[in-house]
Design a protein around this ligand. Structure first.
Ligand SMILES: [Zn+2]
Length: 632
């Protein structure tokens, strides 16, 4: 086999040996990079949970409840004894829905019972005044992984996947007390209802333009759109008053709502709600049902084996008690020295962006100042929060109940908490991600970045790594997140996170030109598992580009910097081995591009890439200078 040259394929050159040795765990769709770190954190925390459970000794009351929940989920015998009965009991409420009036009257109860409805109603941050909240309405999820699968050109794939789903649904329905005939009818009706939804709800690509979600309308107008139900009565039930404004996140769907829910298809809705809710409950019933219920998702991601009961238990418990579990992990495994060091890198990066903005050619004179103001106001959340949100004090349950009832009770508490927040001011102190999550994010409506403790380790960051390695790892990720403040969505929000047109038309024209170039740089690239949609992943690619530009700038001012170490570690953090099915799925649902492209395309835009490795026109990772894009 010919030896891979770094100039042709940085990603494979750096990661080949690791990729060869990596084995994707049977119960996971991928490993390496982010996934490997997440697996390590999972392992560490499961051991912690086991010790706490065994000694019946807990660091605090939150962890006590988390570990008790962990123990309940692991109790296979108890779950087998409870069987499917708790779920069937919760579905009985559907028998009372015999008219659209019944639906209106019972909407709140249905939602609290965990029964799917075609309208999701929740207070969310008002994007034009981020200190307060507005009611947002959204359509339901569909059976296929994304609404784009319902387009005519996807017909073949759609039929295949729906056959898979139908098979699983029938197996689960066979466990109910319904007759064979009823079971078939319920599944057929579910498919028919889903078909109506599929043509109307938004695709992931549409959701990715998140500023377009913001369509505030007078409640009276929304009420007319949703004429088949008494929308104001529902709002009054949830909020004890009828708010004046409602944000319609999916105008196409709600514009056609009369086609979704009407007297004629009420039974389609009921059967859809029954089947969908039951399938969604399988995880919290017997192990046998968890096995069957999970088959569809496993097939979609190519995963052979279901998660062990212990791993599953840990994952659920750590999600329910996310803030406290993240704080425990952070306090124990993330040191003050590292926190200080990374915070310093963050400020260095913000300062560097400010310098670069001063001479940036996209923004005009007057907007540059505002961009610098926005950068000055970026909040930094590093590691883990000091305090858990109040919600976690309320998340209590009875350890004698069935797992299904415990989970339903916890979800009810969460749902009531969400609804109760409508009149309350938003709290910028809340963390968007818990400390034990291997990820990072920028919140455009708070204008802050969050770096959980779990991502602040090698290869992203280590006190043992060189500054160049850390800049190629966590530095580029920090730069990536900050540049989301100036991507196609972030550009529409000001320093307080409010949607506000602070750019001039000329700024936007120059920026859109770059966006188009970036779309082209990725669009249509053929990978063994499918073709890349450049428009769908453009914001993330622009963020990668920004992250690399700013960290390379810092490299140029860092004594003893090694560009080789920088690019090597950049490629190392993207190392990922994933199942074919999963990679295919990600192409249509993940706004991030495939790891190999993120690693290999971004560097081509920078002169340091060419000078460090003497990359020539004949090399595969060469692009002509006029095609190179640097945005920020
Ligand atoms: Zn991003």
């Amino acid at each position: 086999m010919e030896k891979i040259r770094i100039q042709d394929d940085l990603y494979t050159y750096v990661n080949q040996e690791t990729l060869d040795s990596l084995v994707i765990p049977d119960d996971k769709p991928s490993t390496g990079g982010f996934s490997k770190l997440a697996d390590d954190v999972e392992k560490i925390m499961m051991d912690e949970f086991d010790v706490m459970s065994k000694n019946k000794s807990y660091p605090n009351d939150y962890l006590k409840r988390a570990v008790q929940l962990y123990d309940i989920i692991k109790d296979a015998d108890k779950k087998a004894k409870d069987g499917i009965a708790p779920a069937l009991k919760s579905l009985e409420i559907l028998k009372e829905v015999n008219s659209l009036q019944d639906f209106t009257r019972l909407y709140k109860t249905l939602e609290l019972q965990g029964i799917s409805t075609p309208i999701n109603i929740a207070p969310e941050v008002d994007m034009k005044n981020t200190k307060q909240r507005l009611v947002y309405i959204q359509g339901p999820g569909v059976i296929l992984p994304d609404a784009s699968y319902y387009k005519p050109e996807m017909a073949q794939q759609k039929a295949q996947i729906l056959a898979l789903w139908t098979n699983v649904a029938k197996m689960v329905m066979a466990k109910t007390d319904l007759s064979q005939e009823e079971q078939e009818q319920y599944v057929a009706d579910t498919l028919a209802f889903d078909e109506i939804l599929g043509g109307l709800v938004k695709t992931s690509e549409e959701w990715s333009k998140y500023v377009e979600i913001y369509n505030p309308m007078e409640t009276d107008k929304v009420s007319e759109m949703l004429s088949s139900v008494d929308f104001c009565a529902i709002l009054n039930d949830l909020f004890q008053h009828v708010p004046q404004t409602v944000v319609v996140t999916e105008p196409r769907y709600f514009g056609e709502f009369a086609k979704v829910l009407n007297e004629e298809n009420l039974s389609l809705y009921k059967h859809w709600a029954y089947v969908k809710s039951l399938l969604g409950s399988c995880n919290y019933l017997s192990e046998e049902l968890r096995e069957v219920g999970g088959m569809y998702m496993r097939a979609l991601t190519g995963v052979a084996k279901m998660q062990s009961i212990e791993k599953f238990a840990y994952n659920v418990a750590s999600q329910v008690y996310s803030d406290p579990v993240g704080m425990y992990y952070g306090e124990k495994y993330f040191g003050a020295e590292a926190k200080k060091d990374i915070t310093e890198i963050v400020h260095q990066i913000i300062d560097c962006y400010k310098e670069r903005i001063k001479t940036n050619e996209i923004l005009g004179e007057e907007t540059r100042e505002k961009a610098i103001l926005k950068l000055s106001k970026i909040g930094v959340k590093m590691g883990y929060p000091d305090k858990a949100r109040d919600l976690f004090d309320k998340l209590v349950f009875n350890t004698e109940d069935s797992l299904f009832d415990v989970m339903l009770g916890l979800k009810q508490i969460q749902q009531l908490d969400v609804w109760s927040k409508l009149q309350e001011p938003t709290n910028p102190e809340n963390w968007a991600m818990p400390g034990h999550m291997v990820n990072a994010c920028y919140d455009p409506f708070v204008n802050d970045i969050t770096f959980p403790a779990a991502i602040l380790q090698a290869p992203f960051y280590s006190l043992k790594q060189t500054r160049s390695q850390n800049l190629g790892g966590i530095g580029a990720v920090i730069g990536h997140e900050i540049s989301h403040a100036f991507d196609s969505n972030g550009a529409k929000c000001d320093e307080n996170g409010n949607i506000n047109d602070w750019w001039t038309e000329d700024d936007f024209a120059r920026f859109n030109n770059k966006v188009q170039q970036m779309i082209q740089q990725f669009d249509g690239i053929e990978l063994p598992w499918g073709k890349v949609n450049g428009a769908f992943i453009v914001s993330e690619n622009m963020a990668d580009n920004g992250g690399m530009a700013v960290t390379l700038d810092i490299m140029s001012k860092t004594e003893g910097a090694s560009y080789e170490e920088y690019f090597n570690n950049w490629a190392r953090v993207w190392c990922s081995k994933a199942r074919q099915e999963y990679l295919q799925l990600l192409l249509s649902v993940d706004v991030h591009g495939p790891a190999i492209l993120r690693a290999n395309i971004t560097p081509r835009n920078f002169k340091e890439w060419y000078s460090t490795f003497d990359v020539k026109e004949t090399d595969k990772m060469y692009i002509a200078p006029e095609k190179r894009i640097v945005i920020w």
